[in-house]
Design a protein around this ligand. Structure first.
Ligand SMILES: NC(=O)c1ccc[n+]([C@@H]2O[C@H](COP(=O)([O-])OP(=O)(O)OC[C@H]3O[C@@H](n4cnc5c(N)ncnc54)[C@H](O)[C@@H]3O)[C@@H](O)[C@H]2O)c1
Length: 298
């Protein structure tokens, strides 16, 4: 059967989420070009090729987009760092993907945005996808920048974009916060599938969150995408609440969408704070030894 697209380019293909969506994308295109700054995955899918490239370098991104219908941009450093560290991988790489897409006539960019673009909104505000940007970190600011790039390139150059504001994408929910914020891998794959297969999207923002009873956000304005998540973090409520810290109305990490990212000093890891919520003892030892805890609970 003919595939929907001729060529899709996936950046950040070797990352945790990139690895989860390769098969979904390969099923929708004749050719999947997977890109990462690190070495290729151990095995490639039949219609997948791999290119090692630094997305912060325009001359390395430009040739990738030749003949592509869609770009799925997941490459970045997924944590807070000093601004200078994020400038290349998180800011410039997005410009490079959109500009290269423009020069080669790519129809749509699908972007891994984040809750941290709106992390300084309160959970209780129940925001929808039209809420103002409220970044909680330089990391969140880079997500705002890429969302606005998408808006600009749609307004001026008619490149569509779908911005997936991913919350906490893990195999199972990791902590009490994730009762609100979890996105399951199955729901991520479904979201990516809808972002690629929807016939027209213009510029669209959608929250990447499962069908959680405690979801703090409203996806009503992105209903047309057909994203209907099935998983629900509530199934883990008993064990996660048993390990939860006491409710504290003065703790902004509990009040704001960004969780620990809302309180961390600019330039310092927010993931370390999430790790601390997940496994306080191990996190303390990792932080004191300077080891990156590498927890994916954003
Ligand atoms: N995991 C989550 O819960 C979550 C939540 C919100 C947003 N996101 C976003 O989703 C995307 C994927 O997240 P992840 O958890 O898989 O992170 P990850 O760190 O596992 O994967 C990111 C990948 O990008 C690659 N990369 C980094 N800089 C690059 C560059 N300059 N050029 C090419 N490749 C580069 C890395 O090598 C890595 O393989 C990121 O953009 C992240 O900000 C993730």
């Amino acid at each position: 059967m003919a595939k929907l697209h001729k060529k899709i380019v996936l950046t950040g293909a070797c990352g945790t989420l990139g690895m989860e969506i390769r098969t979904t994308l390969a099923a929708l295109t004749e050719q999947l070009v997977s890109v990462d700054i690190v070495n290729a995955p151990k095995t490639l899918i039949e219609n997948e090729t791999f290119v090692q490239a630094d997305c912060a370098k325009f001359e390395e991104v430009l040739p990738l987009m030749e003949g592509a219908n869609m770009a799925v941009h997941f490459a970045s450093i997924p944590d807070e760092r000093p601004f200078e560290d994020l400038l290349g991988p998180n800011f410039l790489s997005s410009y490079n993907v959109w500009e290269a897409s423009h020069r080669h006539g790519v129809q749509r960019v699908i972007y891994a945005s984040s809750v941290h673009a709106v992390g300084m909104h309160e959970n209780a505000a129940g925001i929808d996808t039209d809420a103002d940007h409220a970044p909680d970190t330089f990391y969140g600011l880079a997500k705002c920048f890429a969302e606005d790039l998408g808006k600009l390139y749609w307004a001026k150059r008619r490149i569509e974009s779908v911005h997936l504001r991913i919350f906490s994408c893990t195999k199972v929910p990791q902590n009490a916060r994730a009762l609100r914020t979890w996105l399951s891998y199955d729901d991520l794959r479904h979201l990516v599938d809808r972002a690629v297969t929807s016939t027209t999207t213009g510029f669209t923002v959608v929250f990447g969150i499962s069908n959680n009873d405690r979801s703090p956000v409203n996806n009503a304005k992105a209903t047309f995408l057909g994203f209907r998540p099935k998983d629900n973090a509530e199934n883990w409520a008993q064990s996660l609440m048993a390990a939860a810290p006491p409710a504290n109305p003065l703790d902004r990490a509990q009040l704001y969408l960004g969780g620990p990212f809302a309180t961390v000093p600019l330039g310092e890891s927010g993931v370390a704070g999430i790790k601390a919520m997940t496994n306080p003892a191990k996190a303390a030892s990792n932080i004191s030894t300077g080891v990156n805890p590498n927890v994916k609970g954003l």
